[in-house]
Design a protein around this ligand. Structure first.
Ligand SMILES: Nc1ncnc2c1ncn2[C@@H]1O[C@H](COP(=O)(O)OP(=O)(O)OP(=O)(O)O)[C@@H](O)[C@H]1O
Ligand SMILES: [Mg+2]
Length: 379
């Protein structure tokens, strides 16, 4: 569960796309129907879910957010539905699930496309009956009145065709569908969003707000923003921290923004004619996180989900991180520029994709290596 102040829940944008989404939000808020929100990572799916809840008649109830990707199957079921005492090791007492904790409220199931087929069946059963059966109980326990909003960055019809997602569940969830286009398809929103977040972070960090030169604005608008608004937010914060009130010029922007070579995309667009990169994707990506402060969620996650990175690439990225942190996953979260509270989500993601490497061997490597060379810093 995450807590976001309501004042932070804003869907800014002057594009037609955002204006349409805002009117769809109002429409969805007037009904109690299920909503399925789709779109790439960082486009604002959670913002939309929150707005629907806040503008609905359920606003006085709770909004409970559950990230389906962050938890292994058994834990997800117990989080959602609760469990009875003794149902598994460590279940010392009966515990209500999150669905029960939002009576007359809204439950937001994020990354629903990551649910295992077994959990899909459990969710479907709940949607059909509205009844909660706690893990380890032999019958249902209570009926609840919650509204369900789900989100995914996967193409569910494609997942259905591939046998990874149940069609009957999809039809249940897909009552009101809202698709949020990526930022590169509504580039006219960039100046407003950048302005807003530059202001916001300059105030937060109490630094003078720089002017943005026309050249810098052009570069921001020419960039593809693979991590969408989350990435834009990070760039704005980094620039706020670097700035001392002077004019921001293209040269001040992060390299990936000014050289529209997100190298993979440029190479794909220009075919093999693109200047050959001397470093591997893994080196590029770890470099962006370690040297430029970009987050794992905006640099690695979208490429992996789009299958532009292999599982071996991801494992190598984790390996490099663990070599730097002496096998410590908590430090790795910080090293790859994720907030501390993403620790569970990050480990869940790695486990789900079989990329959670045992930390022990890095302990040995690191302690041996430390005798000969310093551990690389994140700076
Ligand atoms: N239109 C917008 N106006 C202002 N801020 C936005 C907008 N869209 C997104 N944001 C901000 O961008 C960040 C990412 O948004 P959000 O978490 O809703 O994305 P998401 O689609 O759920 O991403 P993911 O798939 O990675 O979970 C948040 O900090 C959010 O406040
Ligand atoms: Mg989200």
């Amino acid at each position: 569960m995450s807590v976001v102040p309501n004042s932070e829940v804003q869907l800014l944008g002057q594009s037609n796309a955002v204006q349409t989404i805002l009117s769809d939000v109002d429409c969805a808020a007037r009904s109690g129907a299920k909503v399925l929100i789709t779109g790439e990572t960082g486009v604002g799916k959670e913002v939309v879910a929150r707005l629907i809840h806040l503008r609905s008649a359920r606003a006085a109830g709770r909004l409970v957010t559950v990230n389906c990707a962050g938890l292994p199957d058994s834990l997800l079921e117990s989080e959602l539905f609760g469990h009875v005492r003794g149902s598994f090791t460590g279940a010392y007492r009966d515990k209500p699930g999150l669905l029960e904790m939002a009576p007359n409220g809204t439950v937001f199931l994020d990354e629903v496309g990551e649910m295992s087929t077994r959990m899909q069946v459990v969710l479907l059963r709940f949607l059909e009956t509205g009844e909660i059966q706690r893990v380890g109980a032999d019958r249902s326990h209570i009926r609840v009145n919650v509204r369900l909003i789900t989100a995914t960055n996967r193409d569910l019809p494609k997942e259905i065709a591939a046998g990874n997602f149940r069609e009957d569940l999809f039809f249940r969830l897909n009552v009101i569908r809202m698709h949020i286009p990526p930022l590169r398809e509504r580039i006219e929103d960039v100046p407003l969003l950048f302005d807003h977040y530059l202001d916001y972070y300059c105030q937060q960090h109490r630094v003078a707000r720089p002017q943005v030169s026309p050249g810098a604005l052009d570069a921001l608008m020419a960039y593809r923003w693979p991590g969408n608004i989350r990435e834009l937010r990070n760039v704005a914060e980094r620039l706020a921290l670097k700035s001392s009130g002077q004019v921001l010029r293209p040269g001040d922007l992060p390299t990936e923004v000014v050289k529209p070579a997100d190298r993979f995309e440029a190479a794909a667009a220009e075919g093999a004619a693109a200047a050959p990169s001397t470093s591997s994707p893994v080196e590029d990506l770890t470099g962006r996180m370690l040297r430029h402060g970009e987050s794992f969620w905006s640099v690695v996650h979208p490429l992996f989900m789009a299958r532009d990175l292999t599982r071996d690439d991801l494992r190598r990225i984790i390996e490099i991180g663990l070599e730097n942190t002496n096998g410590n996953y908590r430090l790795l979260v910080a090293l790859y520029n994720m907030p501390n509270e993403d620790y569970k989500r990050f480990l869940g993601f790695l486990r789900k994709h079989n990329c959670h490497l045992p930390f022990q061997r890095f302990r040995t490597i690191a302690s041996r290596a430390q005798q000969t060379r310093p551990v690389a810093a994140a700076g």
